[in-house]
Ligand binder design. Structure first.
Ligand code: F6P
Length: 341
């Protein structure tokens, strides 16, 4: 068999660990493994390269993706036929698509409309994919944000300041809630919960009236502040707004300073959250997903995605992963809220 592997969408720690696991298990079975460069763009433009033992050496702890990635959407640019042609012309028998909502959305359609032999692996720091408890990359992002919050605590305390920390997560607040709980945030603002700026400021004020002179506020990039939230709506090929351009952290910091009079600073963590080496948990999850994907290929069970249910690696229909956004449930927010103010 000739097995293709591609990584699409935003990169995240653990992608290389999946590639390694898919390749290692496929080599044992005598299969060839081919890397598709830069996500779906590689199949549109015919950018493929063989992967051997040498290429996958040292991949487990390495961040990013050795295959490169892109947000190319073959449906949007009307190059689906080209994807199918490249796949056939290179003698590929199966494809492992490692990606989030967008990459797996394309895989789902290709499988449904063309019987394309694809299996999926759920990746994203946002953890917003349904049908799996966790995506790899998320734990690393939470670790990075927690460390940043810890560091901001000491400087906030020294200067009696409010520190606003803007984290990623797109339209869900998983990173904000988990790193906020782990870092002891005094307020967390996420898209799923309608806490207004006014109420957030009241909490901060009541905390300060109890003798605390500093506060840590974690805000998710997708939190709706109101007003001109959607200005600068630059869209990618999947129609997503670049949320970082809305500058929610800076706007929130201004509001807090104006409403409370407390000196406020903002830190936007940005792509630091996606960089560097994966945590042990993400390395292990990515490895288990990679092995599962290789097994699904071996069994010819296409249109499926590796998923984590509890502590078990299972497989689910690809379309379930992208059917709806997995938002932060109220009970998780309640854990965070117990420490507000
Ligand atoms: O989906 C992962 C993610 O990092 C989001 O959290 C963020 O909104 C987006 O990608 C940023 O995309 P880009 O890397 O294109 O700036």
């Amino acid at each position: 068999m000739k097995v293709g592997v591609l990584t699409g969408g935003g990169d995240c720690p653990g992608l290389n660990a999946v590639i390694r696991a898919v390749a290692r298990r496929s080599f044992v079975r005598g299969h060839e493994v081919v890397g598709v460069r830069e996500g779906w763009r590689g199949l549109v433009d015919g950018k493929l390269e063989p992967l051997g033992n040498r290429e996958i050496n040292g991949l487990l702890p390495r961040g990013g993706t050795i295959l490169g990635t892109s947000r190319t959407n073959p449906y949007k640019i009307e190059r689906v036929e080209q994807v199918l042609e490249t796949f056939a012309a290179n003698g590929l028998d199966a494809l492992v698509a490692i990606g989030g909502e967008d990459t797996l959305g394309v895989a789902t359609r290709l499988y449904a409309e063309h019987g394309f032999p694809v299996v999926g692996v759920p990746k994203t720091i946002d953890n917003d994919l349904s049908a799996t408890d966790y995506t790899f990359g998320f734990d690393t992002a939470v670790f990075i944000c927690t460390e940043a919050i810890d560091r901001l605590h000491t400087t906030a305390e020294s200067h009696n300041r409010v520190m606003v920390v803007e984290v990623m997560g797109r339209h869900t607040g998983w990173i904000a809630v988990m790193s906020g709980i782990a870092g002891g945030a005094d307020m967390i603002l996420i898209p799923e919960q309608p806490v207004s700026v006014e109420d957030a400021c009241k909490e901060i004020q009541s905390r300060h009236s109890r003798g605390k002179d500093f506060s840590i506020v974690v805000v998710s990039e997708g939190y709706e502040l109101g007003g001109d939230d959607d200005r600068a709506a630059d869209l990618d090929e999947f129609g997503h707004v670049r949320l970082s351009e809305r500058g929610v952290g800076h706007r929130l910091a201004q509001e807090i300073e104006q409403r409370t009079g407390f000196e406020t600073r903002v830190t936007v963590l940005g792509h630091v959250q996606r960089g560097g080496s994966p945590t042990p948990r993400d390395r292990i999850l990515a490895t288990r997903y990679g092995l599962k994907a290789a097994d699904l290929v071996q069994e010819g069970r296409f249109g499926r995605m590796a998923a984590l249910h509890g502590d078990a690696i299972v497989d689910v229909p690809l379309e379930e992963a992208t059917a709806e956004l997995k938002t932060v449930p109220d009970d998780w927010f309640a854990v965070a809220r117990a420490f507000f103010g």
